[in-house]
Design a protein around this ligand. Structure first.
Ligand code: FES
Length: 98
């Protein structure tokens, strides 16, 4: 399915009793939903990972949020390449041990 872009032109007015109302220019973009997970555990209906905070072995642990890590659910830095290729700005979730 192709994406659709609708643009409401500046000065768009409603008719009838609201004829004095003028809408602000707005751009409405409808984008087809796409999977963000390219290939991690695709045989599962939902990917869920749990870690007890007390099990954190390092003072700082980075968890992947870009779905491109080769060590998922941990971040391996793959988000850097993804961001450069796509202009995206995703990064890991950092858990800090106290
Ligand atoms: S590799 Fe996915 S957030 Fe770092």
């Amino acid at each position: 399915m192709a994406s659709t872009t609708s643009i409401i032109q500046p000065g768009f007015s409603c008719g009838g009793a609201l004829s004095s109302f003028t809408a602000k220019p707005r751009r409405v973009v409808m984008v087809r939903a796409q999977a963000i997970n390219p290939d991690i555990k695709k045989d599962e209906a939902k990917v869920v990972d749990s870690v007890l905070v007390t099990e954190l072995s390092k003072p700082l642990t980075a968890y992947c949020r870009c779905w491109r890590s080769g060590t998922f659910p941990l971040c391996d830095g793959s988000h850097v390449k993804h961001n450069k290729e796509t202009g995206d700005n995703v990064g890991p979730l950092l858990l800090k041990k106290q």
